[in-house]
Ligand binder design. Structure first.
Ligand SMILES: Cc1cc2nc3c(=O)[nH]c(=O)nc-3n(C[C@H](O)[C@H](O)[C@H](O)COP(=O)(O)OP(=O)(O)OC[C@H]3O[C@@H](n4cnc5c(N)ncnc54)[C@H](O)[C@@H]3O)c2cc1C
Length: 506
């Protein structure tokens, strides 16, 4: 008989686990609380334009690179149309009013910044070498969370981004600029491990891409893989309990329109926020100390998002992402006051649906803390009232005014806009407090700040952005590790190797 695997959450984590396991003969059911599958891959349509909510660009997707290989292994590469960002400046950090482009490739990255910092060539080379070394040492790149780490490499997990960069260059401005991509991991000075910065920086430094047609394409393709292999994705089904006997999970209780139901399971994979998973397990196998540790882990900050519809053929398409800082530091953008918000923002265009010379949609992301929106904590999307609408309008006006100071023609180019807050994310993805990337990694917490994919309920496994790492690569690698533990015998890694011979496996 086929082994039954119930997966909680139909975001990237749940859908990728489902696609692999269904293909390998498991009877897969993915439960999704929302009416749309995809989690952060979801999109929404306004005025005929599709907007991406939580996956705006991806990296390492050129042929033979790590994400390309994973897409091929999953069987979704053919269905994706990707467009590469400008190799001479895929990311631009605007700091003290000047633009600093990040170029693809180690040498080009160094030379690009040497133009602004001619005396820093050696330090820039040392920075890139450190990024590459630390990234190669991470569990993400090695695909193995239990890999015994070289003691020399452990330091990347115990030292913060800023402290490592400070050890590389004494130029105060260059220190800031090198950390300018921190919104990609919600970096906190003194806390975020350099390992996270390194893996994300090197991921995009190899190559950076937009997904034509929108991020939901990935979700749709993965759902196709699951259903083609006989599995199913059930939307509108919120998991509320993981039923256990003395040693293992036996099923998942879930809510539907018709009431509560139970799905029997040989394996359960939960891809939602670990604190929510822990709350669903009423078994003494989860000890109080473990529950407390998980419940108390810090979350990443949330964002206010401004979705822009541009006037037709007005705003030239920008084939790069811009990190703009209005303050003298790229750090501490989360410590804003009412008066100096926003201290920084991330501005991106989507790949145009029409004439590719002009952008039709763009997005601005800016940090927003929970205390800004606490008044509406007990409300649900669409029913938060006039006060909330007015709050969003004021924030949108302020953000657009600030962004227009740095991006000429922006305000004039905007035809309409829509907004979301961390509460929107909380309600659409179940993210605790609406945090951007799930649980925050923190050098001060050491190993107790990490969530293992294995639990003391031996057939209950964890995946999703809080477990391994966030983002398309972090989540996919976490899913592969979980699936490998169920498939065994190196089946999964053999499959990935076959998908590409171009990657050097460690
Ligand atoms: C604003 C934003 C921008 C981002 N930009 C990028 C980017 O450009 N590139 C990149 O690589 N990454 C980006 N990320 C990160 C990336 O999108 C996420 O790390 C990743 O998609 C998370 O996938 P997941 O499956 O772990 O979680 P999610 O996508 O959150 O999926 C979890 C799913 O579980 C469901 N769920 C929750 N509770 C229950 C329950 N009780 N029962 C059933 N279902 C439940 C939720 O509804 C949701 O669908 C961004 C994230 C955000 C928020």
């Amino acid at each position: 008989m086929e082994e039954r695997c119930v997966i909680i959450g139909a975001g990237l984590g749940g859908l990728s686990c489902g696609a692999v396991l269904a293909r390998h003969g498991f009877s897969v059911t993915v439960l999704e609380q929302g009416n749309q599958a995809g989690g952060c891959l979801q999109t929404f349509v306004r005025d005929g334009l599709k907007f991406e909510t939580g996956m705006h660009f991806i990296g390492s997707a050129a042929q033979g690179e790590i994400l390309d290989t994973l897409f091929r292994y999953l069987g979704i590469r053919e269905g994706l149309e990707l467009h590469e960002l400008d190799r001479n400046g895929y990311e631009i950090v605007t700091y003290k009013g000047q633009d600093f482009p990040f170029r693809n490739g180690r040498d080009a990255f160094v030379e690009g910044l040497v133009e602004f910092f001619p005396r820093q060539r050696d330090n820039l080379a040392r920075y890139m070498d450190t990024v590459i070394k630390a990234s190669a040492a991470s569990s993400v790149e090695s695909f193995n969370p239990e890999r015994v780490m070289d003691p020399d490499d452990a330091v990347w997990h115990t030292r913060s981004v800023d402290s490592v960069i400070e050890g590389i260059t004494d130029d105060p401005d260059l220190r800031e600029i090198l950390a300018g991509n921190q919104p990609l991991y919600a970096g906190v000075k003194g806390h975020t491990p350099f390992a996270l910065h390194a893996f994300i920086t090197s991921f995009y430094n190899r190559s950076a891409w937009r997904i034509a047609g929108g991020s939901d394409t990935i979700a749709k393709l993965l759902i196709g893989c699951i259903t083609d292999a006989g599995g199913r994705v059930m939307t509108g089904c919120k998991a509320v309990g993981i039923v256990c006997d003395e040693t293992r999970a036996t099923g998942v209780r879930y809510l539907t329109d018709g009431g509560e139901d139970l799905l029997a399971a040989d394996y359960v994979i939960s891809t939602i926020h670990p604190s929510l998973t822990v709350g669903m397990v009423h078994s003494p196998l989860f000890r109080p100390a473990f529950r407390k540790r998980i419940q108390e882990m810090p979350d990443t900050i949330g964002v206010f998002e401004l979705y822009l519809k541009f006037k037709k053929n007005t705003v030239p398409y920008m084939n790069a992402n811009r990190f703009v800082y209005t303050n003298r530091s790229v750090w501490g953008c989360d410590c804003y006051t009412t008066d100096d918000w926003p201290r920084g923002f991330l501005y991106m265009h989507q790949w145009p649906q029409g004439d590719s010379r002009y952008a039709d949609a763009g997005v601005i992301l800016v940090y927003m803390r929970g205390d800004d929106i606490v008044a509406w904590n007990d409300t649900l999307t669409g029913r938060r009232g006039d006060g909330y609408r007015e709050f969003k309008r004021l924030k949108a006006d302020r953000l657009l005014a600030t962004a227009s100071e740095y991006i000429p023609g922006l305000r004039e180019g905007v035809e309409r806009y829509w907004t979301s807050t961390p509460l929107t994310y909380r309600d659409y993805t179940g993210a605790a407090g609406g945090g951007l990337y799930g649980i925050a990694k923190d050098v001060e917490l050491g190993q107790s700040g990490r969530v293992s994919y294995r639990t003391r309920v031996r057939n209950l496994l964890l995946a999703g952005q809080s477990v391994n790492s966030h983002g398309i690569l972090g989540v996919l690698v976490g899913s592969m590790v979980v699936c490998d533990s169920l498939l065994g015998n190196g089946v999964l890694y053999d499959g990935i190797r076959r998908a590409s011979n171009d990657i050097e496996w460690k």
